[in-house]
Design a protein around this ligand. Sequence first.
Ligand code: BTN
Length: 321
Amino acid sequence: MTDRLLELFEQAEGAFISGEDISSKLQISRTAVWKQVERLREQGYLFEAVSRKGYRLLAKPEKLDIARLLAGLQTERFGKTVKYYDQVDSTQTIAHALVQEGAAEGTLVIAEQQTAGRGRMGRKWHSPKGKGLWMSLILKPNLPLQLTPQLTLLFAVALCRTIRNVCSVEAGIKWPNDLLIHGRKISGILLESSAEDERLQHVVAGVGISVNLEKEDYPSELLSIATSLAIEAGHPIDRVELLCRFLLELEQLYGLYQEKGFGAIKLLWELLTVSLNRPIRCQTAQGVVEGISESIDDSGALMVRLPDGTLHRLYSGDVEF
Ligand code: BTN
């Protein structure tokens, strides 16, 4: 049904079509017309609705230009194989399946829309069509398992540097790996891994970047805590350019990390974070931790000075300022 409706809008070439016209041409009720228009809106189509005139199509969802992506990539391995989908439940699920089939390190899974995007701590990740970069990268780092958090921080550093350079916005890292602008989240990172003999076999690194979402694209419960690059920069962002630059930055930092270890990544993380040297509060499984965040250690844990002067190591949790 949505296909036939889209056909009508294509034929109208941007002119209004009345609800009555649509309903008689498609042989459906006016309520059904409204429902179909809403369904298309959820898929990223933009309509103007004016009473007594009807609807007109203003914009279609943008598609990632994969040919331009492959031509623009300056990496050696990351993103050289791209699996691109219109809609998936989660790019993480697809990437895990590809690992089982022997996919090479650097294989990238990317989708225009996720219907069951996953976040940390069992949360959902809002991934509307054509508006963001919803992707999973396959890595085979062969590192000791306990070093996984270092990789997460590395991803946050690469993403933060890319966003600052490409979009000229003041992005900062909230421990451990959320990216915020003006206190609102624009990106999340989720590393899922498998290990054997205490060594990492593969990592599926999920990255969600809210690129061109507008306020209307957020459900009300996210509006006060989330934002997008386009909202913050004041103009739409070229997703292909952002992705090319991110993959290059990531590959370079990953190379540096494998060659020289965590030292340089830690320094960069400390330069880009908004989480240090301030009073924080964190709900953990053992209870609430409150104190001043002082540093991160080599395992990526946050070192918090408690009111009694002792240092407490936070390994995970949601920090509030
Ligand atoms: C978080 O901050 O909670 C992590 C969010 C990670 C979201 C990305 S979007 C692409 C990939 N696929 C998923 O289902 N999740 C990650």
